[in-house]
Design a protein around this ligand. Structure first.
Ligand SMILES: [Zn+2]
Length: 347
């Protein structure tokens, strides 16, 4: 049973340039099964930042990256930078359930390519249950090509306590699947809050590191070992359990794009006053104030971050935003109207 969401498989090669060490001719990759690292964690926990840390390291490895954006625009693909290797974006669904076939296809492509990456990093969407991804990678066919080298779970120290009861079930699954846990954004919380988080959320035997901006030495990530998945629910159980009717995990998304410039002050006010059902928003804005460069928008819970990004490379810049909300109640009409009111109308 598929989902009606037409998932897009796009391969981006050569769009990303790493400053040095790029040979003009590709080298054959190391023999053996392709090691895979899965980066999981709830919406807004810092997964893309973590992946950028890995890609910008000087480890000398060539990385392939599969990013999964829950919405129909791959914002994360845009935000992944610094690598010349291969980034595949799987959009409009979730790789733990509705996009399993697409994930399988992408992993097979990278695993079979003699000139493919030395290491594959998979960024799960924030709503994914890693058990679904792990079970897929461990099936007969993919097992011959790849091996799970490690599962890293990020947690947002500041926002974790505002996760609802229903979502906490998913977050706990993500945590339990991890070989290494990064308690991220610890600069935003007190020592006592950290202690409370550990007590409430984190199993005692879980290896954990506290991070700010997901900064950890790459050698540490590449040095972890995967401990297996015996206590995780099986593939069938996951697929049949709560994904059957709709593949949306109880979340809904709004993806919005426009190529007229948008007023940043207006957008900022909007982002600070989103309906409470919206728990995550992210994207890139083409602003009237700074038309030459990308403006990166990140909203996690009540926290809004708007920063200048790279200069635009494409000829036709556009604003691309994704909003993720709880249930079916994300107020798409209201948000869309407000976004449109921020556009600079041609004189
Ligand atoms: Zn899923």
């Amino acid at each position: 049973m598929g989902t009606q969401a037409g998932s897009l498989l796009k391969t981006f090669t050569g769009l990303f340039t790493r400053s040095q060490n790029r040979e003009s001719h590709p080298a054959k990759r190391k023999p053996g099964r392709l090691p895979v690292y899965i980066i999981t964690g709830f919406l807004g926990s810092g997964k893309t930042t973590c992946i950028n840390q890995i890609l910008n390291s000087t480890s000398g490895e060539r990385f392939g990256v599969i990013v999964n954006d829950f919405g129909s625009i791959s914002i994360d693909k845009e935000l992944i930078n610094g690598t010349g290797d291969q980034v595949i974006a799987l959009e409009n669904g979730c790789i733990c359930c509705s996009l399993r076939n697409n994930l399988s296809e992408a992993v097979t492509t990278l695993g079979d390519s003699p000139y493919g990456p030395d290491i594959l990093v998979i960024e799960a969407s924030g709503v994914a249950d890693p058990a679904g991804i792990i079970s897929l990678l461990e099936n007969e066919d993919l097992k011959k090509r790849v091996r799970i080298a490690g599962v890293i779970c990020l947690m947002d120290a500041e926002e974790i306590s505002s996760v609802s009861w229903i979502m906490s079930h998913l977050v706990k699954k993500q945590i339990r699947s991890a070989d290494l846990l990064l308690l991220n954004k610890v600069d935003r919380v007190s020592e006592s809050k950290k202690a409370a988080i550990r007590k409430e959320w984190i199993p005692l035997d879980m290896p954990i590191l506290e991070t700010v901006y997901a900064a950890i030495p790459v050698s540490l990530i590449l040095g972890i070992s995967h401990t297996g998945t015996s206590d995780l629910p099986s593939d069938g159980e996951h697929a049949d359990h709560h994904h059957h009717e709709d593949h949306d995990h109880g979340f809904s998304t709004l993806s919005w794009t426009h190529n007229s410039p948008i007023r940043l002050s207006c957008l900022q006010a909007l982002m600070k006053n989103l309906p409470s059902t919206v728990i995550r928003a992210k994207g890139i804005a083409y602003s009237s104030e700074f038309p030459m460069q990308q403006i990166i928008i990140q909203v996690v819970g009540k926290r809004v971050s708007i920063t200048k990004g790279q200069p635009w490379i494409r000829e036709n810049p556009s604003t691309e935003l994704t909003f993720i909300g709880v249930g079916k109640t994300i107020q798409i009409g209201e948000i869309t109207t407000r976004l449109e009111s921020c556009l600079v109308k041609p004189a």
